[in-house]
Design a protein around this ligand. Structure first.
Ligand code: FE2
Length: 343
């Protein structure tokens, strides 16, 4: 089945889909987490673009601080991070700017904090697309923001290796969910759910994950969301051992080759939440031009508004040309592009 067929089926099914989230028990934790604030909390009502960007930078700094403390075995609290994530969720409900941040960073270095914040943004969008209650989105976002805290056991030289890992290095990397569980467990019994998400985010629907090869309903719903967001984030960004993949190709692979690893309602959530061609990503047109998606079109998910930045002969177009693909039937998207318009 082609991606366009899957997209149409997903969109049709999702209209009458029931929300799949049933983790109200985690809800009582939200206010407790917020109560642990150590510093002056950031404002939680994003009013303009720079303020939304501020949340992104604040989240990165706070996650870096937590990773630092966790690597030293020092206690930390998550109150401030909870405040920042709540602000990010509000920003994600009102606009796409944070999503653009999460999808567009093309820095080449390994940055664990950036990966965790990006995963948080994508997890919120996927959960939102799958029908998650708005009140739950900050919990999903918080869990995603901390999901890889156990990676502090992996030395930087292993994270930055440009080629395959030795067996013992792979084994060490695969211990990070358990390490993350122990780190987050130390936050206290009220954060047991957060620790469980970190423990289970590499479990997969069909039992092919690790560390316990759990299946289906034995996996925490948030862990499934975080696992899908984590996979999407990793594949759409550079790693020392491979280049970034275009977002379109990653969505296609998740909906085809990897479809048994994630539940259908979350794959539909990914299509709805991120759209087939998310704002800020690059696509290739049938006339060989490359364009950047600048607005999605809910009625025509395969025909967003784009800005053509690279001509059919590979030349940079300056100024770029704006094009609404829903009104231009001669041009259509043939796939993702890693073109960056020469930036
Ligand atoms: Fe992980």
């Amino acid at each position: 089945m082609r991606l366009s067929d899957l997209v149409r089926k997903s969109a049709a099914k999702n209209q009458d889909a029931e929300p799949q989230f049933s983790f109200a028990a985690a809800g009582s934790r939200q206010s407790e987490a917020a109560g642990h604030s150590e510093d002056r909390p950031p404002r939680t009502e994003p009013s303009d673009r720079s303020e939304v960007s501020h949340y992104y930078q604040s989240a990165r700094q706070e996650v870096e601080r937590i990773l630092d403390l966790a690597s030293q075995g020092t206690a930390f609290s998550v109150g401030r991070l909870q405040q920042i994530v709540t602000g990010m969720v509000k920003g994600l409900i009102t606009g796409d700017e944070l999503l653009v941040h999460a999808l567009n960073g093309n820095e080449k270095g390994v940055d664990l904090a950036r990966h965790m914040v990006n995963t948080s943004i994508l997890a919120v969008k996927i959960a939102q697309g799958a029908g998650c209650r708005v009140e739950e989105l900050p919990w999903v976002g918080l869990a995603a923001c901390l999901h890889d805290v156990g990676m502090v056991i992996v030395p930087r030289r292993i994270l930055e290796k440009p080629d395959g890992l030795a067996a013992e290095e792979t084994a060490l990397v695969r211990r990070h969910p358990e390490k993350g569980f122990r780190i987050l467990q130390s936050l206290g019994s009220e954060f047991e759910w957060l620790a469980n998400v970190a423990l289970q985010e590499h479990e997969r629907e069909d039992g092919s994950g690790y560390p316990r090869e759990l299946k289906g309903e034995n996996i925490h719903e948030y862990a499934k969301v975080v696992g899908l967001a984590d996979t999407y984030e990793a594949l759409t960004h550079f790693r020392p051992y491979r280049p970034a993949k275009p977002a379109f190709d990653v969505s296609r692979d998740l909906l085809t080759a990897d479809r048994t690893k994630f539940p259908n309602h979350l794959l539909r959530g990914l299509i709805h939440g991120l759209s087939t061609f998310p704002v800020g990503t690059y696509v290739r047109l049938n006339n060989s031009e490359a364009a950047r998606v600048v607005a999605t079109n809910p009625s025509f998910p395969l025909r967003p508004v784009v800005e053509v930045v690279v001509g059919s002969k590979g030349e940079r177009l300056d100024p770029s040309r704006r094009l609404d693909l829903s009104t231009n039937t001669l041009l259509y998207i043939t796939g993702g592009s890693s073109a960056t318009g020469g930036d």
